[in-house]
Design a protein around this ligand. Structure first.
Ligand code: GRF
Length: 220
């Protein structure tokens, strides 16, 4: 993706609450995420709170119900909708559906997902609870490109937090979610800048040296 003159068009896919979507929308509104705008919000669940929020914000939106439909057929409709809205970068934000290989191929290295653990640890569902029950002392969240395998693609941003003695699985999930909201904006900004290369599995920022802020922060 290159930082051209016209804003990069984001397509948000969600299935539920939509707090990551709202964090992205707020980052754009507040000027913290330059060079990007939300072209469309698509939900595969008609009742999703995130969809209602998109409507209230006056954003273009669509419901493409997936229940009972073949994956490839449903995905073809989603791809058509994304293309009709000129989407450059797809952001999965609590989209509870695996993507078909055709979808991944249609937006190769242009689909981001957020996962509430430090991948490759704890892929799949209930990652926060998996990490808590495993007894890790550090966990966090990962924003990564989507490939054909579950929670597997190239990592763009991770943010880490300690697991506190006072935590339970819910408090831990809440604190991870706060990090997710920061991480997703940062990841989109890195991709939208176009100033990166993918070397093997590594997302390498061309801009070079780590800043003092990078070294001091939990962004990895
Ligand atoms: C987040 O925990 C995200 O990491 C996971 O699904 C959840 C979505 O939450 N993929 P929200 O709908 O963005 O609030």
């Amino acid at each position: 993706m290159s930082a051209g003159q016209s804003p990069v068009q984001l397509g948000i896919l969600l299935s539920g609450r939509g707090s990551n979507f709202l964090a992205i929308a707020e980052s754009i509104r507040a000027g913290r995420l330059k060079g990007a705008e939300i072209a469309v919000v698509i939900s595969n669940v008609a009742e999703a709170a995130g969809l209602k929020a998109a409507q209230e914000l006056g954003l273009a939106n669509a419901v493409l119900v997936s229940k009972g439909r073949k994956r490839a057929e449903h995905d073809a409709d989603v791809i058509a909708c994304l293309k009709a809205h000129g989407v450059d970068l797809v952001c999965l934000a609590g989209y509870m559906r695996l993507l078909s290989p055709e979808f991944v191929a249609a937006f190769r290295n242009r689909i981001l997902n957020i996962h509430p653990a430090l991948l490759p640890a704890f892929p799949g569902l209930d990652a926060q609870e998996q990490a808590f029950e495993y007894g890790v002392k550090v966990t966090g969240c990962t924003v990564h490109f989507v490939d054909e395998d579950l929670d597997h693609g190239v990592i763009v941003v991770q943010r880490a937090i300690p697991v506190l003695e006072s935590d339970d699985a819910h408090s831990l999930a809440d604190r991870i979610l706060a990090e997710e909201h920061v991480a997703y904006t940062e990841a989109i900004a890195r991709v939208v800048s176009g100033e990166y290369e993918i070397r093997g599995r590594r997302f390498v920022r061309i801009s070079g040296a780590d800043t003092a802020e990078d070294r001091a922060s939990a962004i990895i």
